[in-house]
Design a protein around this ligand. Sequence first.
Ligand code: SF4
Length: 319
Amino acid sequence: MVSHPASGKAPSPASPPNSLSPSRAADFMQCPLLYRFRVIDRLPEKPTPAATRGTVVHAVLERLFDAPAAERSVRRARSLVVREWERLLAKRPELAELFTQDGRAAPGEGAADGTELAQWLARAEELVERWFSLEDPTRLEPAERELFVEARLESGLRLRGIIDRVDVAPTGEVRIVDYKTGKAPRPQYAAEALFQMKFYALVLWRLRGTIPRRLQLVYLGSADVLTYDPDENDLRGVERKLLALWEAIRQATETGDWRPRPGPLCGWCAHQALCPEFGGTPPPYPLMIQPRLPLEPDGGRGDGTGSGTGTGGEGGGHS
Ligand code: SF4
């Protein structure tokens, strides 16, 4: 059995997907083969400095609210960066590979001048500090932080994810907030960015019976805040889109037909070497392929969206 190059652990056995998170939904929309590699094959991906910094920054913004409101200062937040990095490193020692022991960059991770780790931490502190120009944590009292949510739609499809922050106004109105360490998208890509937030809004609506009043994306990379107030039509539209997506995933799972869809993000794909678009060969499909009926009647869709069929397996998708 292949072992995880970073953790040394054997990967968990392949199983059909049984739920959908915003990131995996985005994967499938970007490239079905990428979704397969991540969800079905569960191929390991090496951590990157940028993604790891995102994890640290999120942890800092969460932890800062442990302090009383008046003590949520820039200084305290900056000081949390190293603490959260060390805490993360203790949980995931493989992250040490991002930097050599003396703080230099690992090969291929930038200038090996002995200051790489310090620069990386300084950048994280900068992002944390920038947040204070966008929101004032001394005036916020989040109802929830890093909230795991999961809801089952009538069709059986399970939606799940983790919401960075939920604010509830004295009037009861709910605001969902998500932090991004990157830059805000250009206006023509804003809809894609909001899709994740509408996904969460749909889950909260299904769980609590009330549509969140506002969705708020906080871009620390460019100091932008993107907000959107969803309505019932929006969320019903997202639900329809997710059901169609899940049906496409179900069919691909059963047939093993996961098409690569090359695009500008291929440069970031950790699995290029296995991708036919780049001369690679995917590993053997680890699930049983179910032959298609020669002619499928209209009603062949069934609900088939997670409560049974090939998608009702054990716990799989995670955000
Ligand atoms: S390299 Fe591009 S086309 Fe190939 S699997 Fe990755 S995202 Fe898909």
